[in-house]
Structure formats: structure tokens, C-alpha cells
Design a protein around this ligand. Structure first.
Ligand SMILES: Nc1ncnc2c1ncn2[C@@H]1O[C@H](COP(=O)(O)OP(=O)(O)OP(=O)(O)O)[C@@H](O)[C@H]1O
Length: 337
């Protein structure tokens, strides 16, 4: 549905040259929610802005729903953009227009008949749960409500693709949850393909099917969210995942525990793997298992858990326990400093 082929973007000014995108290739499939995560300056905004040609790539090709965006004339590009909705961190609503008008005005500009506009505004305000706010002005709405208006405005053009540029970054945690649920709902109900950029792993965890991790303009890891969680290879990706599993074990405690037996980090997909395997360890081997921290997060399609455990016992037994856990499909990492 969205394909970036070897896309690069270089910003050149008198003072500097910045390669914001460096040979990026990703393929977002029809109907999926695809996340791009990275720290500030990684190139995420440039990437998403290239998809609808708000930014023109220096090299490479971009296809959206079979249309080669990089080759379109200005007129054709305007047409193609109708098929690509976009929502922003700052909502981008017209302050002096009502909620109704914020959705209706852009529709009018595309030449849609008045009755059809009225139908669409009402339909999509209902989808985002804001029928009662049609006559309100943006200043009378909360941040979450403003983002809902922006989502209704994007949907009213009935696009195949929705681009989300840090749409929840300015919202509190509870409102973020409700907007993420809304994005899931519209993805499911309308089959809209969603490409989102974020710096919050929580957003990827909750709603994405696949994810690309960006650093210095490059995609450094890419794949199904569950695979990135369980098999990440780069420090940057690990840091993003670790943000969901705070461990906070003081250095002194860790050092003193390691003297009495290994401290290990277990990760597992599905509840059925981690905890039962640990219970078996306690039965089968002469080791005491002491849980130092643990958390299970719900990914879009499956749960993923992590625990930090201290195994106390003679080395032969603790090593046998680790081998057993690995054989049971639990990923084991030693926690040393
Ligand atoms: N119009 C521009 N002119 C010059 N440099 C730019 C321009 N836009 C972005 N850059 C540079 O390109 C790099 C990538 O920026 P980009 O905004 O795409 O990153 P980002 O991952 O979205 O970060 P943030 O979350 O902070 O916006 C940065 O070094 C930035 O300074």
C-alpha cells in the first residue's frame, strides 16, 4: 500500500548539509498499522512528510496505493493527496471555525456537494463520538477532543491511508489510550492503512502490527512488533523496549546478588511460557528463585513478558535451570554490570 524505495532526503543550506533520510526502504501493507519510532532528529517527520510529498525526496521512489507519488504533476499530486489523510501532534484546526466547519471547509474545497458534505460531517463526528460538539470552537475543546475533530476531518475525505505525526504526543496518558483505541477502531472498521511516527514505545506496543526503528536517517531494525520485542539487536531498539520494563535494581544489590547466584532476565511471549517454566525450575532443581521485577505488556496481538530473577543455588544447579528455561522457549539474558 505504501512503499518507500531507497528514499534519501538531504537538506542543504549555506551553513550545513543534513541527510535526514538515508536510503530508507519500507513497505506498509494494506490494512496494517505500521509504526516508525526513533529519537528526536532520527528523520521520522521527514519520512512521513515525504509520503504525501509535503517534502520532496532527493532520491528514491514512493508509491501509495499504486500511485507513484514522486512522478506526479502538481494537479495529479493534489488528487492523490485526497487519498491520504494526515493528523498532527498540534491538531492544526482552524481556531475561528466551529468543529462542523473545520470538517466541512476542506470538503467544500474539493468540490463535494453540500448535502454530501453535511452527511459526511455528521457521519464522521459520530465515528469519533463528538456529535454534540458540532457548534463548539476548538478553544472550547480538550486536547483529546481536538484530536478527535482532526481525525474526523481526515476521515471525511474517505482516504485509504492515514498518516499520523506524533498524534498522541501532546496528550495525557488516559487521553492517549482513548485516541489509540480510536485509531484501532477506524483501522478495523474502515480498513484504513495507518502509518504513524512516534517516539513512544507504548504507542507501538498498543496498536502497531509492524515497526521500523530509525536512527540518523536510517532504518536500523524493522519487522513484526513481537519479533522486534523478542529479538531486537540494536542498543537503540533495546532502550525503547526497556522503557516499558523499568527494572531499577540498585548496583550494590545486583553485585551482592550475583555473588550468590546468577541474576537473569527472562523474556517470553504469552503468559503460558514464562511463569509455569519458572515454577517447574523451583520443582526440578535445587535453586531458590527470587523475582526482582516483572511485567507483562499486551502487544496488539499477544502478551509479552519480562522478569528479572535471582537464582540462588550451587552453580551446577543454576546452570541446569537456565538450560531448562531456554529449552522451554524462554529467552534468557544474564544481568551483570
Ligand atoms: N527543513 C529542514 N531544513 C534543514 N534541516 C532539516 C529540515 N527538516 C529536518 N531537518 C533535519 O533533519 C534531521 C531529521 O529531522 P526530523 O524532523 O525528520 O526528525 P524527527 O525524528 O522527526 O525528530 P523530531 O521528533 O525532533 O521532529 C534533523 O537533523 C533536522 O534538524
Amino acid at each position: 500500500m505504501i512503499e518507500l524505495k531507497q528514499v534519501s532526503k538531504t537538506f542543504v543550506s549555506k551553513k550545513s548539509t543534513v541527510k535526514a533520510l538515508d536510503n530508507v526502504s519500507i513497505h506498509v501493507k494494506k490494512g496494517e498499522i505500521y509504526g516508525v519510532i526513533g529519537y528526536s532528529g532520527a528523520g521520522k517527520s521527514t519520512l512521513i512528510r515525504c509520503v504525501n510529498m509535503l517534502e520532496k525526496p532527493s532520491e528514491g521512489e514512493i508509491d501509495v496505493n499504486g500511485v507513484s507519488m514522486t512522478k506526479l504533476s502538481t494537479n495529479k499530486l493534489r488528487e492523490a493527496r485526497q487519498n491520504i489523510g494526515m493528523i498532527f501532534q498540534g491538531f492544526n484546526l482552524l481556531k475561528t471555525a466551529t468543529v462542523y466547519e473545520n470538517i466541512a471547509i476542506p470538503l467544500k474545497l474539493t468540490g463535494i456537494a453540500k448535502t454530501e458534505i453535511d452527511e459526511r460531517v455528521k457521519k464522521y463526528l459520530a465515528v469519533v463520538g463528538l456529535e454534540a460538539k458540532a457548534d463548539s470552537f476548538p478553544s472550547q475543546l480538550s486536547g483529546g477532543q481536538k484530536q478527535r475533530v482532526a481525525i474526523a476531518r481526515a476521515l471525511s475525505h474517505e482516504p485509504d491511508v492515514l498518516l499520523s505525526d506524533e498524534a498522541t504526543s501532546a496528550l495525557d496518558p488516559e487521553t492517549t489510550e482513548s485516541i489509540l483505541s480510536l485509531l484501532l477502531k477506524i483501522n478495523k472498521e474502515f480498513g484504513i492503512t495507518i502509518l504513524l511516527i512516534t517516539h513512544e514505545m507504548h504507542v507501538v506496543q498498543k496498536i502497531c502490527d509492524r515497526v521500523a526503528v530509525m536512527e540518523n536517517g536510517k532504518v536500523i531494525e524493522e519487522g513484526k512488533v513481537i519479533d522486534i520485542f523478542s529479538k531486537s539487536t540494536t542498543d537503540t531498539t533495546k532502550k525503547f523496549i526497556n522503557s516499558l520494563f523499568p527494572e531499577d535494581i540498585p548496583t550494590e544489590v545486583l553485585n551482592s546478588l550475583n555473588e550468590q547466584g546468577p541474576v537473569i532476565r527472562l523474556s517470553f511471549v504469552d503468559h503460558s511460557t514464562g511463569k509455569p517454566a519458572l515454577a517447574e525450575v523451583a520443582k526440578k532443581f535445587e535453586v531458590y528463585t527470587n523475582i526482582l521485577s516483572g511485567n507483562i505488556v499486551q502487544l496488539k496481538n499477544e502478551p509479552y513478558g519480562r522478569m528479572v530473577i535471582h537464582l540462588q543455588g550451587i552453580q551446577e544447579q543454576t546452570e541446569a535451570a537456565i538450560t531448562y528455561l531456554e529449552a522451554e522457549g524462554v529467552h534468557v539474558e544474564r544481568v551483570n554490570l
